[in-house]
Design a protein around this ligand. Sequence first.
Ligand code: AMP
Length: 443
Amino acid sequence: MSIKSTSSKKVSRLENILIIGNGGRENSLAWAIQKNKLVNKVYIIPGNAGSERINKCKRIKIDINNKNELVDTLDFLKIDLIVIGPEIPLANGLADFLRKKNFKVFGPGKDGAKLEYSKSWAKEFMRDANIPTANFWKVNSLEEAKKIIHSSLTPLVVKADGLASGKGVFIPDSKDECYKATELIFNGKFGNSGNVVVLEEKIQGPEVSVFALCDGKRYILLPTAQDHKRLNEKDKGPNTGGMGAYSPAPLLTDDYLHRVTKEIVEPTIDELNKKNIDYKGVIYFGLMITNSGPKVIEYNCRFGDPECQTIMPLMDQDFVYLLEKCSMGNLAGDEKIVYSDKVSGCVIATSKGYPQEYKTGLPIKIGEIDTNDCQIFDSGTSLSKDGELLTDGGRVLSIVCQDKDFDLVFEKAYKNLKEINFDGIYFRNDIGHQVRKKFSMEN
Ligand code: AMP
């Protein structure tokens, strides 16, 4: 991979950066951004208990929905660039609002976020642009769905149209299960997000993630990644927000990535332009590599979690310039990201019971961590009144390591995990099994 500095055009003031969000993703973005010497402070609204362990970082606990307070705070802090992490504020038009107030914002407006918050819209978008994806049917009622389910030769994948925290997708094994999943969604399991259902042909193949930083017209790709969505080892069990990831994904060779660029990335950006959508942010392409080529499973309008935690340590201090250029619409498009020649892997430690019910408020003990090319990004933590670190989410900590091969990466990550404890801690031992030469599924 070619490596060239991005720093030729160091344009404006980048002293005070604001990140919106409260997970491992936002902490890893803050960690990557603070590396830049020009950056004086990284504020995170609202962040979590791990945010202030990061150099130059400060949490601000205000409600982003209180728009007056938000703008006053940003003015007071002299914020130079805002990075919006999660999908919900993007879907609610926060980026549009802040741009109108003359802030530089990395994150698409409501129109661009629709790629994520309406699966049926995204599917129609792909159909319009001839972008390869599974066949689909958009349905508005159970009756309509029933006819399609019964006339299909194989069970279909069932998806709630709107945002559902990664829980709105069902992969049934029978038509009966298919019908039940559709009924569950139409009965209000996901509220208004389930007013429309998308039925999809089930496709097969390994999944990979591609990220394009986009300034509205031009784009650059970040290192690729592969994540593990299933809760249990051997990629079994229910879907989760993500149990771990590794980057880059060797499955995507340079040639294959070129194909993905021509068949998927560029047509996506062209179609956004055709629809007059000025997309300034990251487009996440969740792809399946099928026998007939790459197909889009989903778009996200933000960095994936835990892929973001995995990729950020590979970025050098110029990363923040790329975000700024996207926000201003002035990417040259031929920037080559300066990134480490190491590989990176992330293991997520979760609360017992996740992705269903789980307890919070359990004390976390962290022993002696090997900090050499290793980071712990808090995903869901809080502090007790006495300053003790507590669990505060389903996904609690992201343990991320870099080294020259994936065996060394995961050896370090699992060694560090032995030093971390809280009641009911759970993590998969086989993260990155595809790329660990020394790992056997029979272990
Ligand atoms: P999504 O939220 O749309 O990414 O779906 C979550 C997961 O469901 C994906 O990562 C895939 O593993 C699986 N999935 C979604 N759509 C399909 C499909 N059409 N065929 C097979 N698996 C799918």
